[in-house]
Write a protein that binds this ligand. Structure first.
Ligand code: PBG
Length: 328
């Protein structure tokens, strides 16, 4: 036997494997999504997402401090109002729950990038991510006006960044021009470049007390399409996105890798609620090793090109990564 090429040489010990590892997840890569609910007295567990809570303003601040102490890279905030209506009016209320939550985060962790979610679905009584035409379709251009107002309310509240998750055509351009006109030229836009109409969002519906009937297939993308994703991503880049996101995470690593190859701005991946719940459920049953699976999943996202990873495990994983005794 004269084998010259022996790739196994590079796998012979933990120390060598560590030396040659191509991908490392760092706490700074991780963004923690958080839910703040109006009128809540104490944090409420989300049944479909064990370990994740709907927050009060007080528990939100506490969780933000923990995420910051662990060294996570940022926070993403969703707000759930008491009052929902057809236009999602609470989304643009400067004293509404989302604006209040942003203010609490900005005061509590002033150095932390705070991404406010720019979507109407938590605020509308019909649960869609926009205002409706008389015929019941989501009215793209009328919705853009709502998103412009919402971007300004959230920027004024202290959001470092807005996440354009409404999946409307022209949402990035509309928000960019509204922000710039009011002097918010430094407020960043995290564009949901490729956002799919995904069943993996299931548990999120409980997290935001969603009232949606039906689906979002008339505005979010068809999971069958990849070329279209690159078009959507390019439009967001051209419209002025600072960061572009692909969502969900693991089922769309091909889209993530192609996006990373196409653009020259940072690329984010959102490991969504259903992905979280699947791993938690399997781990709770003893079918998989929870920690190893979570680390493998997030490493795979990073390897595919997601340099920013939005994940409900952000604080916990950051704590693991900070533990030097735990390196393998
Ligand atoms: C829309 C929004 C959704 C998610 C994030 N932003 C739901 C949807 O588009 O239906 C899902 C995130 C997750 O499942 O973790 N506001």
């Amino acid at each position: 036997m004269s084998l010259v090429q022996r790739p196994r040489r590079l796998r012979q010990s933990a120390a060598v494997r560590r030396l040659v590892a191509e991908t490392r997840v760092d706490p700074a890569d991780l963004v923690l999504p958080m839910f703040v609910v109006e009128g809540l007295d104490e944090p409420r567990p989300i049944a479909a997402m064990p370990g994740v809570h709907q927050h009060t303003l007080a528990s939100l601040a506490q969780a933000a401090l923990e995420a910051a102490a662990a060294g996570t890279g940022g926070l993403m905030l969703f707000g759930i109002p008491l009052h929902k209506d057809a236009t999602g009016s609470e989304a643009t209320n400067p004293d509404g729950i989302l604006a209040k939550g942003v203010r609490v985060l900005a005061e509590t962790v002033p150095d932390m990038p705070i991404i406010a979610d720019l979507c109407l679905d938590e605020f509308t009584d019909h649960g869609h991510c926009g205002v409706l035409t008389p015929g019941g379709r989501v009215d793209n251009d009328a919705t853009l006006v709502r998103y412009q107002e919402m971007a300004l309310v959230l920027a004024r509240a202290g959001a470092t960044m807005v996440g354009t998750s409404g999946a409307m055509d022209g949402q990035v351009a509309a928000c960019r021009s509204a922000l710039d006109e009011q002097g918010f030229t430094d407020t960043m836009i995290m564009a949901y470049g490729a956002k799919y109409a995904s069943a993996f969002f299931g548990p999120f519906r409980e997290a935001v007390d969603s009232s949606l009937q039906g689906d979002r297939k008339a505005y979010q993308m068809d999971p069958a399409n990849g070329v279209e994703a690159l078009r959507e991503v390019q439009l967001d880049v051209d419209e002025g996105a600072d960061i572009v996101m692909v969502k969900p995470g693991l089922p769309y690593l091909d889209i993530l890798a192609q996006t990373a190859a196409q653009v020259s701005i940072p690329v984010a991946s959102y490991v969504v609620s259903g992905e979280y719940s699947m791993i938690e459920a399997a781990a709770a049953n003893g079918w998989i090793d929870r920690k190893k699976t979570i680390l493998e999943a997030l490493t795979s996202v990073k390897r595919a090109g997601g340099s920013i990873i939005v994940t409900y495990w952000a604080t916990e994983v950051a704590d693991w990564l900070n533990d030097r005794s735990d390196r393998s």
